[in-house]
Design a binder for this molecule. Structure first.
Ligand code: ADP
Ligand code: MG
Length: 769
């Protein structure tokens, strides 16, 4: 172990840094403050310009970084009326040194991040500030714009509705605020350009990630997809029809709802319905895969928990946010199976042109840093997956929130009764309450129970981020009761007494906001995020989490609960139960990590292939690889054409032909791997590790990719119509899709239980015939 590493292990959690090392920076910035206060705005601007011009190739040293912080603080005081606290500058220092900085909710990360962005920009770097949604991208860019303008740093933002030209301009500026999805989709769309001038993104440089744990951990395994063309849907109708006919005796579903298998009787029943002799016979692989996919859809995916049906469409529920996941869908087969189950029209599907995992997207940047309320608990994962260090910045004022121990109940019914009683009790005094639920169905149920007690809660399951923000902003108002899933409204400040703080003192007198969790989340980090909604900036506040032994966390991950007799109201209070709940959460965390690792391993190889394809593409787009190859492969045709077609037109025709074949072959490779992955656990029949089998088959399929592009391009070139005007795209069969669309794939539909499902599927085969 290197010395530095062992030292780190001695002084703290591995993978964490002590942000106090930036203390000196903050002190130095403090010393500069009086002098800077005397400058005019022009002089301040001039000082920033001077810093930028003095920046050498190795970037700023300590003195310049201190100057950035001092200038930034002064600029913020003048433009925003907020003088950054020392702890905020500590955060800025951490970001500038490439760490993930932990700063509690309400400590002002937006400002810390903007100052860091300015620090990078003044060193001539291009910064993208990633937010979790479009609403926050626009909000933060507009909020920080005056500050950055005074420092001479240009700022832009991108949302779903930005045009290609607007995007190009925003990305070209020094600092761009954009949601992680949008930048990912732009990477994919740029991936299809046939002319370098059409690109909107430059080379990825610095990324500052807000809510970094959400982006880097929770959402990292979601592939972003670009698709085109019209419906070549999976015909899963026969399999779905069979599954709809099955009865409970035909399958075994595990009690936690994580796995389902056909029983022997079920297999026979299915064989009869389908009219096949043996589903496990060679050649029936596709049917068997479809049957299993349809069975998952039928038995495991629950309407209103895993998905909603809105306007005749299946809309996925985001397992991190517990609300409708914008633009998400399942892999095609499963999506079709759920649509069949609900009797809906099959949604449009197309050819997947390219896809990228958030984790891979982030890895492309030269400098990565981020900020969030909960980083230190995931420091090991940040290190494992991104080689990033995390460090905590202390709060400006001491946190005086009182976090009560969990209240434990034997049953959901008793738990919910107790929750409603507590809400009513607090509400009776006027104390604001924020109730954090697991999913939409639970929100609705609890809201109904509250209404039955004459309490009128604001329920947050709007699909509109800005409306959601407006509601959350009022959650600290006198007598407010707000019911919300964990992620909803993240990024919005909850001020005591309401957004305008009109009732501030009154609510302080009532001990501030009371946060109630209706269950533990699959990781304690999300519990902490929820608690963090109260007690911001030294406010009073309280939090308590209710747990029942019937919670999915327990039934799924630690069903063997201690045998305890509850009190009359159903409450449990023993060390054994308390330990058991912690244990369940640890098991869930471990399961989740293992899914993350598996997904990553499945994608790693595809991503490596993708890099190779992109390398090829880059040489075609930015250099003359296409012309070189085709003139070599088809010397006669090339010479003939060269007589009548001017050089640039011929080169462009060559480029369009090669790019077309390259993109087409890549889409075919992706389709192959997608199918392979869906069926791999059945194909290997238990003899080998599915991941290894997947890797082997995907690698085999990819072998000779470049040579195939070359020969297909040569063939197309021989038959293409090329005149002095250039390539006739339509007549030459290289017409590109006229429209594309983007979405996210939830390719772990069973959350952390996914592996379990696949494992039991493997067992089924092994134990089968
Ligand atoms: P976070 O992202 O850390 O939860 P925000 O950036 O949303 O916090 O800021 C929370 C609130 O604190 C905002 O309303 C902001 O205006 C305010 N704020 C931030 N920094 C300061 C400061 N130095 N002085 C006063 N108010 C501040
Ligand atoms: Mg924030």
């Amino acid at each position: 172990m290197p010395i530095k590493e062992s030292f780190r292990r001695l002084i703290g959690r591995p993978g964490t840094v002590d942000q106090r090392r930036h203390q000196r920076l903050v002190q130095a910035a403090g010393q500069l403050e009086p002098a800077l206060q005397k400058l005019t705005d022009e002089e301040l601007h001039g000082a920033c310009d001077a810093l930028r011009e003095g920046s050498g190739p190795s970037g700023f040293g300590n003195a310049e970084l201190a100057e950035v912080c001092a200038l930034g603080r002064e600029a913020a005081r003048r433009t925003l009326g907020e003088r950054p606290f020392d702890v905020q500058l500590l955060g800025t220092g951490g970001l500038l040194s490439g760490s993930v900085v932990e700063m509690a909710t309400g400590e002002g990360k937006t400002l810390s991040g903007a100052l860091a962005a300015a620090g990078f920009a003044l060193q001539g770097r291009h910064v993208q500030l990633l937010t979790v949604n479009d609403y926050l991208a626009a909000r933060d860019a507009n909020w920080m714009q005056p500050l950055l303008a005074l420092m001479g740093v240009s700022v832009g933002w991108v949302t779903q509705h930005s045009s290609r030209q607007q995007r190009r301009e925003a990305y070209a500026g020094s600092v761009c605020y954009v949601s992680v999805n949008e930048v990912g989709f732009d990477v994919l769309r740029d991936r299809l350009c046939t002319d370098a001038a059409e690109l909107v993104l430059g080379e990825p440089d610095v990324v500052i990630i807000d809510e970094a744990d959400a982006v880097l951990i929770d959402e990292a395994r979601v592939p972003l997809v670009l698709a085109a063309g019209e419906g070549v849907g999976d015909d899963i109708g026969a399999a779905a029809g069979v599954v709809a006919e099955l009865s409970a005796a035909d399958y075994d579903a595990d009690p936690g709802g994580a796995a389902v298998n056909l029983t022997d009787a079920g297999i026979e029943h299915a064989e009869n319905l389908l009219g096949v002799d043996n589903l496990y016979a060679v050649g029936q692989g596709d049917l068997l895969t479809q049957l299993n996919v349809a069975l998952y859809a039928q038995v495991l995916l629950q309407r209103d928990v895993d998905y909603l049906v809105l306007d005749g469409q299946v809309r996925l529920v985001d397992d991190n946010r517990g609300r409708v996941a914008d633009r998400q869908r399942w892999p095609d087969g499963l999506q079709a199976a759920v649509e069949e189950k609900e009797g809906l029209k099959l949604s449009e599907r197309g050819q997947i042109l390219d896809s990228i995992l958030v984790q891979k997207l982030i890895e492309g940047y030269r400098t990565i840093c981020g900020m969030t309320g909960t980083a230190v608990v995931v420091s090991e994962q940040l290190r494992e997956f991104y080689q990033l260090e995390a460090g905590a910045v202390p709060t400006n004022l001491p946190c005086i929130r009182s976090d009560e121990p969990d209240r434990m109940y034997a049953t959901t019914e008793a738990k919910e009764q107790a929750i409603v009683d507590l809400v009513a009790e607090a509400h009776h005094t006027g104390r604001p309450v924020l109730l954090g639920t697991q999913d939409i169905a639970e929100s609705e149920r609890l809201a109904a129970l509250l209404r039955a007690r004459d309490i009128k809660p604001a329920v947050l399951n709007a699909k509109n981020d800005s409306r959601e923000a407006a509601i959350v902003a009022e959650a600290g108002a006198y007598a407010a009761v707000t019911v919300s899933t964990q992620m909803a409204g993240r990024g919005t400040d909850i001020r005591l007494g309401g957004a305008d703080e009109a009732g501030h003192d009154r609510v302080v007198g009532l001990s501030g906001l009371l946060v109630i969790g209706t269950s533990r989340y699959h990781t304690s980090r999300l519990d902490d995020q929820l608690r963090g909604r109260a007690g911001r900036q030294g406010d009073p506040g309280g939090s308590v989490i209710f747990v029942s032994l019937e919670d999915p966390l327990i039934t799924r991950y630690a069903p063997d609960v201690p045998d305890e007799t509850p009190a009359e109201d159903g409450q449990l209070d023993s060390v054994a139960v308390r330990r058991h709940i912690d244990h369940a959460q640890r098991v869930a965390e471990a399961a989740w990590m293992s899914t993350h690792r598996t997904t990553w391993r499945y994608h790693q190889q595809i991503q490596a292939q993708r890099d190779e394809v992109l390398g090829y593409r880059h040489q075609v787009l930015h250099a003359d690889r296409a012309a070189l190859e085709l003139s070599e492969s088809c010397p006669q045709r090339w010479a003939d054409l060269a007589e009548s077609v001017p050089g640039p037109q011929l080169a462009e025709a060559a480029r369009l032909i090669v790019l077309y074949q390259l993109d087409q072959l890549w889409a075919e490779q992706l389709a192959f791997t997608a199918e392979l992955r869906e069926g791999i656990h059945l194909r290997v029949l238990g003899r080998q590790d599915p991941l290894q089998a997947f890797h082997r088959e995907a690698a085999n399929a990819f072998r000779g990719f470049a040579a195939r592009v070359r020969s297909r391009a040569a063939e197309a070139f021989e038959g293409a119509t090329i005149t002095s005007e250039g390539l006739d795209v339509g007549a030459s069969g290289v017409k590109r899709p006229s429209s594309t669309w983007t979405y996210l794939v939830n390719d772990n539909p069973f959350g952390s239980a996914g592996d379990h499902v696949l494992r039991s599927l493997g067992n089924l085969i092994r134990g089968g015939r």
